[in-house]
Design a protein around this ligand. Structure first.
Ligand SMILES: [Zn+2]
Length: 407
C-alpha cells in the first residue's frame, strides 16, 4: 500500500508536469490523471480479490486439515474393529476345536463301553440266567451283575458330562459368533463412514486446487495491471522529458502563484501538503485564503481552505510530526470535527471540518501521516480542509509554511 501511495504521488507530480503541456499541444496517446486513477483503482480491486482468495484458501485448508485428522481417527477405529473381529474369529475356532475334542471323547467312551460289554458277555458266554447257574455261588453271580451295571453307569455318566460340555461350548460359540457378527456390522458402517470422509477430503482437495488456480489467475491479472502501470510510468516520463522546455504552467484557482510544484510531499520542505493524495495545482486548490473576508460568521479567516473536486473523504495528513493535542468530534465553535497537532517550539497546526478522525489525543504522528478524512462538518459550505498554523496559540498565515507547494 505504502509503495502504491508514494508511487501515486510521483505519478501525480509527473502527470501534472505534463498536463500543462497537454493543454498546449494535445496528443491522443497521452496518459491522464484519470487513467492513472482508474488503473490504481483496478490494482486495488485486484488486491482485494487476491486477499479474498487467500482468506478462502486459508479457511478451506483448515477444514481439510480437520477432515484429514477425522479420517485418520476413523482409520484407526476401523483397524481396532478389524482386530476385534480377528480375535473373535480365533476364539470361535478354538471353541470349535474344543467341541470336536469332546465329541472324540464321547466317541471313544462309547467304543470303550461297547468293547467292555462285548468282552464281558463274550467271556461269560452266557445269559444272566446261565451266569446264575454257572456261577460258583450266588455271590459271584451278584458280583458279575454289579460289575456290568456299574461299568455302564460310569460310562453313561461320562458321556452325559461330555455332552453337557459340548452344549456349553456350543452356547459359548454361538455367543462369540453373535459378537463377531455385530462387529462385522460395525465394520461395514465404519467402512462407509471412512469412504464418505475420503470423498469429502478429495472434494476439499479439488476445491483448494480450484482456489489455487483462481489465485494464479488473479495474480496474473495483477501482474498485467502492474506492467501497465510501469508502461504508464515510462510514457509519463517520456511526455515530461519531451516537453521539458519549462513553459505552460496552467492557471489555477488562486490565480496568483506561478511555478508552484505539484507534489503532495516535497523532500526537504518543512511541511507536507495536508491533502495527501491530491497535489496543489493538480486538482487541489485554495478555495478561501487567510485573512479578512466578508464572512458573516468569522469576519477574519484564520486559515487556508484546501479542497479539490470530489474532496469528500480525501485523506488529510499531518503537515509535520508532533503530538495530537485535540481530536474532537462535534460542532466545536464551527470547526466541526477537528484536530490540533503540537509540533513543539510553540508551533501547532489545525485541521477542521473533517469527516472521520483517525488519531486520538496524546498520539505521536509523523510528517505525512494520515490523520483524518475531508468532510463538511461544523460551519462549512462544501467539503474542504480548513488548515491553520498557530504560533503560541495565535493563528498566522499558513502560506509561507506551504510555499514549497503553493510557490
Ligand atoms: Zn476555513
Amino acid at each position: 500500500m505504502k509503495r502504491r501511495i508514494s508511487r501515486k504521488a510521483v505519478y501525480a507530480a509527473l502527470a501534472a508536469a505534463v498536463f500543462g503541456l497537454t493543454l498546449a499541444a494535445p496528443c491522443a496517446a497521452e496518459i491522464t490523471q484519470d487513467d492513472l486513477d482508474e488503473l490504481d483503482r483496478q490494482i486495488r480491486e485486484q488486491e482485494a480479490v487476491i486477499a479474498a482468495i487467500e482468506d478462502k484458501t486459508a479457511s478451506n485448508q483448515e477444514y481439510l486439515d480437520a477432515l484429514q485428522k477425522d479420517l485418520s481417527l476413523a482409520e484407526e477405529k476401523l483397524q481396532t474393529t478389524q482386530a476385534g473381529i480377528e480375535e473373535l474369529g480365533g476364539q470361535i475356532d478354538q471353541t470349535q476345536e474344543e467341541i470336536e475334542r469332546q465329541q472324540e471323547q464321547i466317541d471313544s467312551t462309547y467304543a470303550q463301553l461297547a468293547e467292555r460289554l462285548r468282552s464281558m458277555y463274550m467271556n461269560s458266554q452266557a445269559s444272566p440266567l446261565e451266569m446264575l447257574f454257572s456261577a460258583k455261588d450266588y455271590s459271584t453271580f451278584l458280583m458279575s451283575m454289579e460289575l456290568v451295571s456299574r461299568t455302564s453307569a460310569y460310562d453313561s455318566k461320562m458321556i452325559r458330562e461330555y455332552k453337557d460340555l459340548i452344549d456349553e461350548q456350543n452356547r459359548q460359540k454361538a455367543e462369540l459368533e453373535a459378537q463377531k457378527s455385530a462387529l462385522e456390522t460395525q465394520r461395514e458402517q465404519e467402512q462407509q463412514e471412512q469412504q464418505e470422509m475420503q470423498s469429502k477430503v478429495s472434494r476439499q482437495k479439488d476445491l483448494l486446487a480450484q482456489l489455487d488456480a483462481d489465485s494464479q489467475e488473479a495474480t496474473a491479472i495483477q501482474q498485467q495491471l502492474e506492467d501497465q502501470m510501469d508502461a504508464y510510468e515510462e510514457q509519463i516520463r517520456q511526455q515530461a522529458a519531451s516537453g521539458s522546455h519549462g513553459d505552460g504552467n496552467p492557471g489555477n484557482e488562486d490565480g496568483g502563484s506561478s511555478g508552484g510544484s505539484s507534489a503532495t510531499d516535497i523532500e526537504g520542505a518543512d511541511f507536507a501538503w495536508p491533502l495527501m493524495d491530491v497535489a496543489y495545482g493538480s486538482g487541489a486548490y485554495i478555495s478561501s485564503d487567510y485573512g479578512p473576508r466578508t464572512d458573516p460568521y468569522t469576519g477574519f479567516h484564520k486559515g487556508l481552505d484546501i479542497t479539490c473536486g470530489g474532496a469528500q473523504g480525501k485523506r488529510i495528513c499531518a503537515a509535520k510530526s508532533g503530538t495530537v493535542i485535540v481530536a474532537s468530534y462535534g460542532w466545536n465553535g464551527g470547526y466541526g470535527n477537528y484536530i490540533i497537532i503540537d509540533h513543539g517550539d510553540g508551533l501547532s497546526t489545525l485541521y477542521a471540518h473533517c469527516d472521520s478522525l483517525s488519531v486520538s489525543v496524546g498520539q505521536q504522528v509523523s510528517r505525512g501521516q494520515f490523520i483524518a478524512n475531508v468532510g463538511d462538518t461544523g460551519n462549512s459550505f462544501g467539503p474542504h480542509c480548513h488548515f491553520e498554523v498557530r504560533i503560541n496559540g495565535d493563528h498566522t498565515n499558513p502560506r509561507p509554511y506551504l510555499s514549497a507547494y503553493l510557490g
